[in-house]
Design a protein around this ligand. Sequence first.
Ligand code: FEO
Length: 395
Amino acid sequence: MKPFSIASDIHWVGALHPDLRIFDIIMKTKNGSTYNSYLLNADKTLLIDTVKSKFTDLFLQNISQLMDLEKLDYIVVQHTEPDHSGSLIALLDKAPDAEILCSKSAVKFVKNTINRDAKITPVGDGSTIDLGGKTLEFLQTPFLHWPDTMMTYCHEDRLLFPCDVFANHFCDSRMFDDAITRDFAPDFELYFNIIFRPFKKNVQNALAKLGNFDVQMIAPSHGPIIRSSVHEVMTRYDQWSRPVPENSTPRCLVYYVSAHGNTEIMAKIITEALKQDNMDVELYDLTQISIDEQLDNIEACDAILVGSPTINNDAVKPVWELLTSLTTLNLKGKLAASFGSIGWSGESVKFIDERLKALKFKVPFEGVTCKLVPDEEELQSCRQLAHKVAETIKA
Ligand code: FEO
């Protein structure tokens, strides 16, 4: 798509990627995406971010329609992930004298990306640059989405360039939120949950900084430019990134898979014992639920207990799907334990415990196993595990 104006002397010069169906390996993008780059053409010229390398030629053509590339003064690298830095080398080929402005922590990433000499200047939080009629202020906003991320605010236009923040994956050539007839709330929420959920505190820090600015338009790095719903989008980010409130009654979640009903017996005994210890308990058969729909629940719980039989010397696949779906959650310090019915080898509880520890759960108790059908002594071990979990939470 050709460049278009978003404010006086500011143009979008990015690329549309309508057939993108998966982003960053993990995120489904059924509506494609865009890589947004912005050219500020004042007395001095400055480009904010580049695009994915696949679109380099189109991107350079877009800029060339508006200026002589050799005369580009500055390139702002807000974030070095390749969807925004992928055309940087080709751009420097055309504009070798352009000065790269980036966060201090981005300097090494830029060097590792371009692998050549270039003029690279770190800019501090609150530092400004005057292009002649355009005053840009840089805001350090680390871990949104990488440690290098920063935002740029244009004072004259009250226009925020927040990089990945307030972005979503939606491709439409109309490019402004109020030109596209759509409620973007689900797109924003999906994007937030996959990209920013692990960085809620950083989101809150950034929102506190942005409270000092009268933002009237948001030009993110993906998806539509926001000019009709600035306040709503910021409010949503505030809501999604607030800390999870403490439970008035401790909440325990028991997840299990059972091949022949034996691990299920253990799960039910553990659930009953937790209830007797005045825990608020929910029991789930992992083969019957959507893990994605459990993420809020897990983030809000005090303890999680995971049960799996051992089959072929391993925990079973639905359990691994649970345990590999939790990386975006803040789980540090939550309590966890494992259990399962075994035949002859019994590796499942060991593997589950190792994974739970890697996710930063506290796993103070050895996993409980029973040999095939649990006998009374083994059921008592299940009750004792539940009791120890409850007592630890209460303590
Ligand atoms: Fe759009 Fe973190 O890159």
